[in-house]
Design a protein. Sequence first.
Length: 405
Amino acid sequence: MLVNKAYKYELDPNNHQRSSLQNHAGVARFSYNWGLEQRIELSTNNHGYDRFTDAMKQHKLLNSLKKTQFPWMYHYSKCAPQEALRDLHQAFKNFYRGLKQGKKIGFPRFKRKGVNDSFRLTGVIRFEGRRIRLPRIGKIRMKEKRSVYYQGRILSVTVSKRASRWFVSVTVEEEIEDPKFVVGHAVGVDLGIKTLATLSDGTTFANPRALGTRIKKLRKLSRSLSRKKKRSKNRDKAKLRLARMHMNIFNARQDTLHKLTTYLAKSHSRIVIEDLCVSWMMKNRRLARAIADVGMYEFRRQLEYKCTWYGSELYLAPRMFPSSKRCSACGHKKKELSLSEREYECEECGLKIDRDLNAALNLVTVSLPETQNARGEDVRHYRKSSEICMTQTSMKQEPNIDQGL
Ligand SMILES: [Zn+2]
C-alpha cells in the first residue's frame, strides 16, 4: 500500500541561509496575498462570477508580471510562489465546500509577516549525509544526526519557522505493508479533561506531565507580554518567550497523542470514539481550553490515517448518543450529570463507576450488535449481574499505564 508520510526535522542554518529561508517565506507570503487580492477583485468586479481562478492560471499571470513588476522574484525558487498559490486555491475550495455543507470555514485571510512563516518547495531535494539540499537555497545542516532521514520518494518539503527556529517537513510517498486485519477487541475511548484518555478496558492515558505548570507559565508570559511597551526590544523578547512556550506545549501534546493513537490502532480491531461537535462545545468557555488541550481534531485525524495503515476500524458513535449520561450496566439514562461529578452513580442498578470509564464502556457498546455488551456478553444476563458491576468498579484501581512524558 502506498501512503504519504511526513518526516519533520529541525534545521541548523547559518546566518546567510537563515536570511535566504526568511526571504523565501516572504516570497510565498507575498504571492499568497497577491493572489488573494486578485481573486477578491475579480469576484467583486464580476458580481461573484469567475471567482475560481485556478492555481496554474494564476501562477502564469504572476510569471508574466515578474519581469516588469516583481523582478526581485527571480532571486528565489519559482516553487515558493507556485505552491503558495496552490495553497490559496485549496483555501478557497475549502471555503466554498463549507458554504455548501453549512460548515463554518472562514474566508481565506491575508498572511502576516512573522506569523507562521513558511514555504513549500518541490523539485530536486536530496539528503546528503547530515545535510538537506534544497533548490536555490543549497545544503542546510540538520540538528539531529541520523543514519536514515526518510524512506520512500520525496514529493515536497515544507520549511517553516516557529519561535525563531527553522524546521523542515519532508513529505514522502512510501510503500508500507498492506494492513492485515488487527486481531484484538473493540475498544471505546473517552477523551477527558483530567485524564487524557480512558479506555473501556480500564486503561488510562495521562496528560503530558507538567502540562499544568506549563499552562501556568504560559499565562504568566502572556501577561508579561501585554505589559511591554509597543514596538520595543523587550516586547520582541517577551513575544519570543511566549512563542517558545506555545511550541513546548504543542510538542508535548503531539507526542502523547501519537503514542496513544499508535497504540490504539495497532492493537484493537475497532476503536469507538465520540463524534463530538467541537464547535458547539467550544462555546462553553471553561471547557474550551481543556478541549483545545486534548486536541480532539488532532486525535481523530491521527486515528483516521493510522487505522488505515494498521488495519483497524474507526467507529464514530452517533452525534446524540448519551455516552456520559447513560449507565453502562443497565442502560438507564440520567437526566442531569454535571461536569463536577467525577463518579457515575446509577439510581436504577446502583452501579458506581468512574465517569470517564462509564462513557468509554458505553461507546464500545454502541458499536456492537444490540444483544451484546462491551465484553461481547449477553446484555440481559449482564443487566442482572451485580457482580459485573463490581468488577467494573474495581477496574479503576488497577495501576494506570502512564504514557505521559
Ligand atoms: Zn444502571
